[in-house]
Design a protein around this ligand. Structure first.
Ligand SMILES: NC(=O)c1ccc[n+]([C@@H]2O[C@H](COP(=O)([O-])OP(=O)(O)OC[C@H]3O[C@@H](n4cnc5c(N)ncnc54)[C@H](O)[C@@H]3O)[C@@H](O)[C@H]2O)c1
Length: 326
């Protein structure tokens, strides 16, 4: 486990994982093309290589140079609307890019791969969804994540690695250190949008769609704090390494909140918030939240931020800090 490659380590979630990994004895190598990642998120204790996972030759050289034995693979595009409009771009990056990462595991010392998958592979669900539910990806982004999972599974025996496929639900919040958080706003994430609006005099939130078959017509999601998710990566990596076993885990808190419920919590803090309902986004599903039994049983992780108010406060705090820094 000592030489760990983090693809997409200059991104939002990747930088939080690296911050926690840096507290271990591991040597951390980051590859990121900085398309949606940022230099200021790169941890000083990591080796940074500006590069692209689409470039197989460059990637392969890096694996050999740093004698990589574990990979945490996050690099991907993740804007669901853009994915519908530009399928080729998403296929090349998310599917072919993942295939390149796996190709580099052939004839090397790679023992462990942790892959960032997504709850979107389940499609629309009724009630809490567990890991055994048959995949039913709805949009093209979800399809690319599902194809990524298939690639990881397909080559595991042949290339002799164990994997942890982590199906993130919706990730939000920022590190307690105040050094890192979500900068990029292009992914259209609710908590990022709220945080941006929290700094405005006349805040306004768009809610995409109000006639989903959910409690109040708006989308229902399971929001997890990025610090708890990062701890889950460290634990999952240790688990597959120590037990020589592969796992697939949902990463969420197991509770579904509607977008309107969250916006109303924000409105309590910001009385002049204007709520604007607009048309549905392509690729969005009505409801998806996690059954977390397997996650809890396997990782036995003590969650530190399992509260919408805490996540909201953390996102807003970061936005204020970032506003001063950027
Ligand atoms: N944020 C969420 O709520 C969420 C939910 C489910 C899954 N995920 C998955 O988590 C992962 C990380 O997402 P994030 O929210 O940190 O987004 P992000 O955009 O902040 O991070 C992605 C990083 O990957 C880099 N990257 C993209 N393509 C690359 C390439 N070809 N070569 C090298 N680097 C490349 C980007 O520059 C960026 O730093 C993604 O795989 C995403 O699909 C995220």
């Amino acid at each position: 486990m000592n030489n760990i490659l983090v693809t997409g380590g200059a991104g939002y979630i990747g930088s939080h994982i690296v911050e926690q990994l840096a507290k271990t004895k591991a040597r951390i190598i980051i590859i990121d093309n900085l398309e949606t990642g940022y230099k200021k998120l790169i941890n000083k204790n990591a080796i940074f290589v500006k590069g692209d996972i689409k470039n197989l030759e460059q990637l392969s050289k890096l694996f050999h140079k740093y004698k990589i034995n574990s990979v945490i693979h996050l690099a991907a595009y993740l804007n669901i609307s853009e994915a519908e409009k530009n399928k080729k771009k998403y296929f090349e990056n998310n599917v072919r890019g993942t295939l390149n990462v796996i190709k580099c595991c052939q004839n090397t010392n790679i023992k462990n791969i942790v892959f960032s998958s997504s709850c979107s592979i389940y499609g629309n669900t009724k009630g809490a969804v567990d890991e055994n539910k048959k995949a039913n990806p709805k949009g093209y982004y979800a399809y690319t994540k599902y194809e990524g999972e298939k690639i990881i599974k397909k080559y595991a025996k042949k290339f002799k690695y164990n994997f942890a496929i982590l199906r993130y639900f919706n990730i939000a919040g920022a590190s307690k250190s105040n050094k890192i958080g979500e900068i990029n706003s292009s992914h259209g994430h609710l908590f990022k949008n709220i945080a941006i609006q929290s700094l405005k005099k006349n805040p306004k939130i768009n809610i995409y769609g109000k006639d989903y078959k959910t409690k109040d017509g708006t989308c229902v999601r399971d929001y997890m704090h990025v610090s708890d998710l990062s701890s889950a990566h460290i634990k999952a990596l240790k688990y597959i390494n120590n037990k020589s076993k592969s796992i697939i885990l949902n990463c969420g808190y197991g509770k579904g909140y509607s977008v309107l419920e969250i916006v109303k919590i924000f409105k309590k803090m910001n009385k002049n918030l204007k709520i604007n309902f607009t048309k549905k986004r392509m690729g969005d599903v009505g409801s998806v939240f996690a059954n977390t039994k397997k996650f809890n049983r396997t990782l036995k992780l003590k969650m530190k931020y399992n509260s919408i108010e805490k996540i909201l406060a953390s996102s807003i705090k970061w936005e204020k800090i970032m506003g001063k820094k950027v």
